[in-house]
Design a protein around this ligand. Structure first.
Ligand code: SF4
Length: 328
C-alpha cells in the first residue's frame, strides 16, 4: 500500500515526458504545432495533475502553452541570455544567493515537478550551485555569521521536491538559528502536484517556531483545481501564510480578464496575489514577452475592476538592483 509520501513521488514519476504521448492524451495533432522534440537541455516534464486542468483538443490552451517545447526556443534575441537576473554574480557561498538586504536565497535542488518553458533559471548551472550535504553546512554557517539575515528563501528548482527527510532536516537546522525570523518557500508544486501537500509535509513545515510563508506560482485560474484548493486549505489550517507570484506571459495570461479571474480565484483559496513579474530575459523565452506599455495598461484595467488587495504589483527583477523594480 502507498504511503502518502510515496504516492506523490509515484505521481511525479507518472508525469509526461514524451511530447507525442502528451499530444495523444490531449487529442491534439502534433502537426498543428511547431514542436521542439527531444530537447535534452530542458526536456518536457509535466505532472498529470496539471495536465488534467488542460482543455482536450485545444492546442492554444493557456496551461499547455506554458509547458510545450516549441521551436521558437531555439531563436536567439539580443538581451536574452543564460543568467538574466544576475544570480551567478550574487552567489555568496555555494548554493547561497545574496541580493537583497536581510534575505538570502538557498538553491535547495535543481529538480522541478514541471518544466516551465519561460523559466528564468532554465539554463542555470544547478550541478555547481545546488546544496549538497556539505554545501548545506557551509550555507548554514554563512547565515549564522550574518546576524542581519532575518529571512531565508528556499528556492531551486523547487524545494518541495526534496524528500521529507531532507526538507525536515533543513527546516530543523534553520530553526536553530536564533536571528532568523521567517522561512519563505517558493514553490510551484502545490499548483502542479497538489498531492505533495501531505500530512507529513505539513507536520515537518510547522514542527518548529519559525514563521513559514509559502509563495505559490500560478499564472492562470484554470490551474487552480479542487485538488489545489484542498492543498491550500490544508496549508492555511497550519497557519502557513500563502502568497502568489505570476509571470506575465504572452498568449497565456496577457489579458485583463484572465488576470482578474486569477486574482479572484486565488483569493477564494486564501492566497493573496502578490507579484506579477515581467518576463526575465532567459535564452529561449522571448516568445512569451509582453511589452511594458501593455503590461502597465493591464494593471490599470485591473485597478478599475478589483479592490487594491487583489491587484498584484507589476515588477521586474534587474540584475544588480537592491530590490525589484515597480513598473507602475
Ligand atoms: S517550477 Fe519554477 S524553477 Fe521550476 S521550471 Fe517552473 S518556473 Fe522554473
Amino acid at each position: 500500500m502507498n504511503t502518502s509520501s510515496s504516492a506523490w513521488q509515484q505521481a511525479l514519476n507518472e508525469g509526461f515526458s514524451d511530447l507525442h504521448s502528451l499530444c495523444q492524451h490531449l487529442q491534439i495533432d502534433p502537426q498543428q504545432l511547431p514542436l521542439l522534440d527531444n530537447f535534452r537541455q530542458f526536456p518536457l516534464k509535466v505532472p498529470r495533475q496539471f495536465v488534467d486542468c488542460m482543455e482536450p483538443g485545444n492546442p492554444d490552451d493557456p496551461l499547455l502553452r506554458q509547458i510545450l517545447p516549441l521551436q521558437q526556443e531555439l531563436l536567439t534575441y539580443p538581451g536574452y541570455h543564460d543568467d538574466p537576473v544576475g544570480d551567478l554574480n550574487a552567489v555568496a557561498a555555494a548554493g547561497v544567493i545574496h541580493k537583497y538586504h536581510g534575505r538570502i536565497l538557498l538553491i535547495t535542488t535543481g529538480a522541478c515537478a514541471v518544466h516551465c518553458r519561460y523559466c528564468f533559471r532554465r539554463n542555470f548551472p544547478y550541478g555547481e550551485q545546488q546544496l549538497s550535504t556539505q554545501k548545506q553546512q557551509q550555507a548554514l554557517a554563512f547565515i549564522q555569521q550574518h546576524q542581519e539575515i532575518s529571512e531565508v528563501i528556499l528556492s531551486g528548482g523547487d524545494p518541495l521536491l526534496l524528500n521529507d527527510s531532507k526538507l525536515g532536516q533543513l527546516i530543523t537546522d534553520l530553526s536553530g538559528i536564533a536571528h532568523l525570523k521567517r522561512i519563505r518557500i517558493h514553490s510551484r508544486v502545490p499548483v502542479v502536484l497538489p498531492s505533495r501537500i501531505t500530512p507529513e509535509l505539513l507536520d515537518l513545515l510547522t514542527a518548529r517556531d519559525k514563521k513559514i510563508i509559502l509563495v505559490l506560482h500560478s499564472n492562470h485560474a484554470n490551474e487552480l483545481s479542487d485538488l489545489v484548493a484542498s492543498a491550500c486549505l490544508a496549508l492555511q489550517q497550519r497557519q502557513i501564510s500563502l502568497l502568489n507570484q505570476s509571470v506575465l506571459l504572452r498568449a497565456v495570461n496577457d489579458d485583463a480578464e484572465s488576470l482578474r479571474q486569477l486574482s479572484e480565484k486565488l483569493f477564494s483559496l486564501g492566497v493573496l496575489p502578490y507579484y506579477l513579474h515581467q518576463l526575465d530575459q532567459a535564452r529561449g523565452t522571448a516568445h512569451f514577452a509582453v511589452d511594458d506599455a501593455t503590461a502597465s495598461h493591464l494593471i490599470t484595467e485591473l485597478r478599475s475592476t478589483l479592490p487594491g488587495y487583489l491587484v498584484p504589483k507589476l515588477v521586474r527583477e534587474q540584475a544588480g538592483a537592491a530590490y525589484k523594480l515597480n513598473l507602475c
